[in-house]
Design a protein around this ligand. Structure first.
Ligand code: FRU
Length: 911
């Protein structure tokens, strides 16, 4: 399709063959030959697949022979030839014919049979017709001159023969002269001019063609000969200067139509080349043309000529149209081809675009996959990081949890051992503390072991069918004493009197005790704790409800997580206990969830399946009966949980006892440790204690203690945050902070140092050591105070940045206010943004002097400067340093410097 479009032709039938017809003409100069060529060309227009290669020999036999050869060399398919002479062409034509090239002889013959067709008039007959006409015209008597065509050409020979044969019928007609005109007008004119004598005697001149007859006539006229001579010719061509017109004009008496055969020659050639049969001898008819028929013939031939002109015009138009059509067709093909190229290019571009898009999409998908995988990896690594952090936090918490009871075992033990005599009361209270903390350790270890078992998937259920109502009632009863103490409304509300359920009593006991312990921990005095039990959808529902402090949504969402880093630190009784509770309930194929609202309360709900269809035979191996004597048995756990809380009120936060060496603020959430510290330190110091970082901070602001002892692990604001706050605030920045840390927690120490902590005590600690650290820290502070005060008054204070800032501000305010007699501590504390007490305590702590004394010191300092460096009068100096009278100034100055102002002016440095 593409190729046929590009080649410009796309017909489906086979392409007709293109034939070359060679036409060798003896001469092309005269009208008759031109007519012949036109006839051929006209006929060729009907055969578009034939081309004509035309050669004109100009009457030269030699030239015509070489032209025939050239045509053969050009690869002609057929030769049409009108040979100049007969004999010289015989061999030439035979050779061509032998080569397989068909030959058509036109108008003139040769002496061979090697041709396919001869086309031409019957020249013998035409000669006869001329003889008959002249015989009759001369009425059988007269003289005739015969002008020959080229004697070696066949028409001349045949016309002569027919003419002479016919004249024999007229014995009184004599041919007086034969002249050789060689078919040409000029030759005739020449010959006739030299034979005028013969012509003068003749009655008729018969020439073998009209051209020669007219030539002779011209010579006849030009010579002005009066003698009657009629001219007869052959051809009778139409046209202005040809035979027919000459007959009309009376120049010729008669002529004989001699058809050119051009049309017939082409038609025959096409038939031969198309393999069709042709007539070998095609003799064309002739008629006599004279005055009798010239009008009709001329009219006819004129019409024919006009039609031919018309046909030619039409054919030219057709040619033009064909040309236009061809050019339009070519343009169309070119356009189509361009369009096709554009479409192909477009298609290609589209294909490239699509492939690019596909590749792009594939890449994008791959990118997406990679991104997803990256996100997944990041999420997993984040999880792992969090888990590691949580584990670290968990372990540091665990060590803290272990350290506190250990401290409370070791410290009273050391205390007892170090004393020579111990009172019974002291011995009992110390041993109770030791026992309680030993049990506490036991419980922690028990929980850790449970957790380890759970982690390793080694927890095994040992159930037996028991009355769940009685079981829970028993547990609730154990908490009764505690409820009464805290005035909490503790109730067990079962929907049935009894309910047999398959459960592992040890595990369920731990769960219920844990939930109740939590409830007690977070429910204030006078609150309620209700335990409900009913059956819903074939499941037992146990609900432990309290109206305590409740949880935030975040705490609620992570209530059962083992390593949750919420706002609170880990709490074994809560975090670990709840995580274990969930494990135990899930072992029972049950569910546990929590519903809580901040400051409204919390409800834990447990659902356990009824029956034993969900249990395996091993799981129904029977639960061990509770043994109150076993310290790790559920009952002991319960008692311990109870005991844990019992000592809480021993020393409530904020209790003060009389002391002498300063005020210590103890911030510790563990009640036992707080109580213990207070008991051990109150012989020497005033003790103020708080159980949270927040309340500790408020207390510190209120009382500006001499030293703060704080645990690092505190709920809410932890020890580090508290230290930071104390050290950042002008009012408290001078207070030494002592942090209690777990063993080996070097990171905590670094953070503590960064926060500004002054010393550390590692748990478990020795009381004597603790006391020593406190004493040393306070003594150091005193030394530093003295140095600081003198340094500062000498204008070169060093030390804590916050404290330096404080003193700068304080001194600036005092100096500004000196000239104002009403200036005093009242205004100074207001301008400093402190209470009077805070100001007193701060100045005392920093400079170990009273504020009023410090103001006096500044007055004196200024007075000294004015006395030594200016010439101002005493009255002026007294006024500028804020004394109401010079006399009071003098007294005050003498009191403090042992010199009167005048003495000082004379000798500032002298004693
Ligand atoms: C033209 C011509 C004609 C004549 C014919 C004979 O060249 O001389 O006038 O009839 O040739 O071959």
């Amino acid at each position: 399709m593409t190729s046929c479009l590009l080649l410009g032709n796309c017909q489906s039938r086979t392409q007709p063959e293109i034939y070359k017809i060679g036409f060798s003409q003896c001469t092309g100069g005269d009208e008759w030959r031109k007519t012949m060529l036109n006839d051929m060309k006209r006929e060729l227009t009907f055969h578009p697949n034939y081309t004509l290669l035309y050669e004109d020999a100009g009457n030269s036999t030699a030239r015509q022979i070489s032209q025939v050869q050239s045509l053969v060399d050009q690869g002609i398919d057929l030769l049409i030839i009108s040979p100049n002479e007969t004999t010289p062409f015989t061999k030439v034509i035979e050779a061509v014919f032998k080569k397989g090239i068909p030959v058509i002889l036109l108008d003139r013959k040769i002496k061979t049979e090697s041709y396919n067709a001869y086309i031409g008039g019957d020249n013998v007959e035409i000669g006869r017709l001329a003889g008959t006409f002249i015989g009759n015209y001369l009425k059988g008597r007269g003289r005739v001159v015969e002008v020959w065509g080229l004697p070696s050409s066949s028409p001349a020979q045949e016309r002569h023969r027919g003419f002479r044969e016919e004249l024999r019928k007229f014995p009184n007609i004599r041919v007086v002269k034969e002249l050789n005109g060689q078919w040409e007008r000029d030759t005739v004119r020449h010959v006739v001019a030299s034979e005028l004598k013969a012509l003068k005697e003749a009655d008729v001149l018969f020439a073998h063609n009209d051209v020669m007859a007219l030539g002779a006539s011209e010579v006849w006229k030009q010579n002005g000969l009066q003698h009657q001579l009629d001219f007869v010719g052959i051809d009778a061509l139409p046209g202005p200067n040809a035979g027919m017109q000459a007959i009309t004009n009376g120049v010729l008496r008669a002529s004989f139509l001699y058809p050119t055969g051009g049309e017939e020659a082409i038609e025959t050639a096409t038939r031969v080349l198309e393999g069709k049969s042709v007539k070998r001898e095609q003799i064309l008819n002739s008629i006599q043309v004279d005055a009798s028929n010239i009008r009709a013939l001329k009219a006819q031939s004129d019409k024919l000529l006009a039609q031919q002109v018309d046909i030619e015009r039409q054919s030219q138009r057709i040619d033009k149209l064909t040309e236009t059509y061809t050019s339009q067709k070519n343009t169309l093909y070119f356009t189509l081809a361009s369009l096709l190229v554009v479409i192909l290019l477009g298609g290609w571009a589209l294909y490239l675009f699509r492939s690019k898009q596909v590749a792009y999409r594939t890449l994008e998908n791959q990118n997406g996959e990679i991104r997803k995988q990256k996100d997944k990896i990041e999420a997993v690594s984040q999880q792992a990081r969090l888990a590691t952090e949580e584990k670290l936090r968990f372990y540091s918490y665990i060590s803290h949890e272990f350290n506190t009871p250990l401290s409370l075992i070791l410290t009273p033990t050391e205390d007892l051992l170090s004393k020579r005599t111990v009172s019974t009361h002291e011995l009992k209270s110390n041993l109770t503390l030791i026992q309680k903390n030993a049990y506490r350790l036991l419980r922690l270890i028990d929980q850790m072991l449970d957790l380890r078992k759970t982690d390793a998937g080694k927890q095994q259920l040992h159930t037996a069918e028991q009355d769940l109502i009685a079981f829970i009632d028993d547990i609730v009863q154990d908490f009764k004493r505690k409820a009464e103490k805290k005035r909490i409304d503790l109730q067990f509300i079962p929907a049935k009197p009894t309910l047999p359920v398959w459960f592992d009593s040890e595990k369920l006991d731990k769960v219920i005790v844990n939930l109740l312990s939590n409830a007690f921990k977070y429910t204030p005095k006078g609150g309620l704790i209700h335990v409900r039990l009913d059956v819903v959808n074939q499941q037992v529902r146990i609900q432990v409800q309290d109206n305590g402090e409740g949880m935030t949504p975040d705490e609620q969402a992570h209530a059962f997580d083992l390593f949750f880093s919420g706002t609170r630190p880990f709490n074994l009784s809560k975090g670990l206990g709840l995580a274990l509770s969930m494990e135990f309930i899930q072992l029972h194929q049950g569910e546990i969830n929590v519903l809580s609202e901040k400051d409204k309360g919390t409800t834990f709900t447990i659902l356990l399946p009824l029956g034993n269809a969900h249990l395996s035979p091993e799981e129904m191996s029977g639960s061990v009966a509770r043994n109150p004597l076993n310290p790790s048995s559920p009952v002991s756990q319960r008692l311990l949980a109870d005991l844990d809380e019992d000592e809480n009120e021993a020393i409530a936060p904020g209790n003060l006892s009389a002391g002498q060496s300063g005020t210590l603020l103890v911030v510790e959430d563990n009640d036992d440790l707080r109580t213990f510290l207070a008991a051990r330190l109150d012989h020497e110091f005033d003790i103020v204690s708080e159980n949270t970082g927040e309340s500790g901070w408020e207390r510190a602001l209120e009382i500006i203690p001499d030293l703060i002892i704080s645990d690092i692990m505190l709920p809410g604001m932890d020890g580090l945050q508290l230290t930071q706050r104390v050290k950042a605030d002008l009012r408290t920045s001078h207070i030494p902070v002592l942090l209690l840390t777990a063993q080996g927690q070097i990171e905590q120490r670094i953070e503590g140092t960064r926060a500004g902590a002054d010393a550390y005590i590692t748990k478990p600690f020795n009381t004597a050591y603790l006391l020593e650290v406190i004493r040393t820290t306070l003594a150091n502070r005193e030394k530093w105070q003295r140095r600081y005060a003198s340094d500062f008054l000498a204008q070169s204070a060093g030390g804590n940045r916050q404290d330096k800032k404080f003193l700068n501000e304080l001194t600036g305010l005092i100096e500004q206010g000196l000239t104002d007699a009403t200036f005093g501590v009242e205004r100074l504390s207001r301008d400093m943004g402190l209470s009077r007490v805070q100001l007193y305590r701060k100045v005392q702590a920093l400079l170990d002097m009273n504020v009023i004394d410090y103001i006096a010191e500044i007055r004196l300092k200024k007075a000294r400067r004015l006395l030594s460096e200016s010439t101002k009068s005493m009255a002026e100096i007294a006024y500028e340093t804020g004394f109401s009278s010079p006399a009071y100034f003098t007294t005050f100055f003498k009191q403090h410097t042992q010199k009167t102002p005048s003495e000082y002016r004379k000798s500032p440095t002298g004693v």
